[in-house]
Design a protein around this ligand. Structure first.
Ligand SMILES: [Mg+2]
Length: 433
């Protein structure tokens, strides 16, 4: 990695028309067009680029792209080495801009944009080193990993020294863990069988198909009419037998309603109830967990490490669902992996959308190899859409993610796809406005 200079940033608004088939629909997000603010970093080296994205649901993606356009000025003109030598300092440039941070800080549109840019820089770094991102992270000395993390606002729960001790203590056995991943892959669950807008017949058929493919964990969208939720839950339970069934309410309920509805659905034995109420209601999640006895999951709308710290401190969650694009890129995801390990809470990343499956597989593999050192109660979400647009798509075998092998962070999208789904000028959107 010698004298790699970032010379430019190309930014795109990409939108896929998934709402036309109810793909991705849930009780709250009824018509998502899976979309991304997408970033290509150009360098002074022929053929070397960094590709990054943040995930959105369609309308408003242009706001993320504009925020990304502003933030990209901090990357362009810098050398990769200068960034990676003190990665947290670079991350702080993005999150701490003295005027821009008023729009957050570390939340909302500007944090989504921060994620896209940091993800692109990490992709470039891994490509320059010629390894997949998980391998780059797994091979990093403890101090270098800690230097990528912003311990500000979390050091009361996890001081830097303690994070270092945790990483050193978990180093033993990494080779055996890697062998296990090479042999079987990382366990996954499917969300593709139970979207909110699917008919009972479609759900039943998709369950049969998923069972034939070897899936052991299934997720169902709930948050509709109580009788409809229960009917759908019984249908999936009857189809999958004793395998694991998770339920996802996507923030639909008030706290008291969430308690009532979760109790009613407990009949179908949910392995977890996901996002039962507002993603910002830490104490509400704790109460729902306490009063239902059902395992509680959240995180895909948890905006930063400080919120995750409080969810963990309050005993509000049983499952920590990091999001590779809502948290501030790889850096902040490492922080939350460390926090979850300290509190002994399993991380089961949010994925699906566009590119999230490609991303989180790297984070979970790193978590297993270096941080949690465990696969107990850990599964990565999987949704079977849009992978064909990626040059290094996820590979699933028998309900497991296979280890990514190509250099980078797996988010490069084919040029033809960019030309087709660029919004609003792409060929698809010109023909189908
Ligand atoms: Mg969810």
């Amino acid at each position: 990695m010698h004298n790699i200079q970032i010379t430019g940033a190309r930014l795109l608004d990409l939108r896929f028309p998934t709402s036309r088939e109810s793909i991705g629909s849930d009780a709250v997000n009824k018509d998502p067009d899976y979309s991304a603010a997408y970033c290509i970093l150009d360098t002074n080296q022929a053929g070397l680029h960094g590709y990054g994205l943040t995930f959105t649901l369609g309308r408003g993606t242009e706001l993320c792209v504009e925020a990304l356009r502003y933030l990209s000025r901090f990357a362009v003109g810098r050398s990769l080495e200068e960034i990676t030598a003190d990665f947290n300092a670079f991350s702080n440039l993005l999150t701490g801009d003295t005027q821009f941070r008023w729009l957050g800080p570390e939340k909302g549109v500007i944090h989504l944009a921060t994620a896209a840019l940091l993800n692109a820089v990490w992709d470039l770094y891994a490509r320059a080193e010629g390894v997949p991102l998980w391998q780059l992270l797994a091979g990093m000395p403890v101090e270098q990993l800690l230097n990528a993390v912003d311990f500000r606002y979390i050091s009361d729960a996890l001081p830097r020294e303690e994070a270092g001790e945790l990483l050193r203590a978990r180093a033993a056995g990494m080779e055996q863990r890697l062998e296990r991943l090479r042999a079987t892959g990382y366990p996954a669950y499917t969300t593709s069988v139970g979207w909110f807008g699917f008919s009972d017949e479609k759900i039943a058929a998709l369950c049969d198909q998923a069972l034939a493919e070897g899936w052991e964990y299934f997720k169902l969208k709930v948050g509709g009419e109580p009788a409809s939720d229960l009917r759908r839950a019984r249908l999936v339970r009857q189809k999958i037998g004793g395998r694991k069934l998770m339920m996802d309410a996507n923030q639909k309920w008030d706290v008291c309603e969430a308690i009532e509805r979760t109790r009613a659905l407990a009949e179908a034995d949910p392995w977890w109830m996901e996002e039962p109420t507002s993603p910002d209601d830490i104490l509400g999640h704790a109460r729902i967990r306490r009063e239902t006895g059902v395992r509680i999951a959240t995180g895909e709308h948890c905006q930063n490490r400080v919120m995750f710290k409080q969810l963990l401190q309050a005993g509000a969650i049983d499952v920590c669902q990091i999001d590779s694009c809502r948290l501030g890129g790889v850096n902040e995801n490492i922080a939350v992996l460390l926090l979850a390990a300290k509190f002994g809470v399993p991380v089961c990343p949010h994925a699906g959308g566009v590119g999230l499956c490609e991303y989180v597989q790297h984070l979970s593999v790193f978590d297993y190899l270096r941080v949690s050192a465990s696969l107990d109660d850990r599964v990565i979400e999987y949704v079977g859409h849009l992978h064909e647009h990626f040059t290094d798509p996820v590979r699933i075998r028998n309900g497991h993610y296979l280890l990514p092998e190509k250099p980078g962070y797996s988010a490069e999208i084919y040029p033809e796809t960019l030309a087709t789904y660029n919004y609003p000028q792409g060929t698809y959107w010109r023909l189908n406005p």
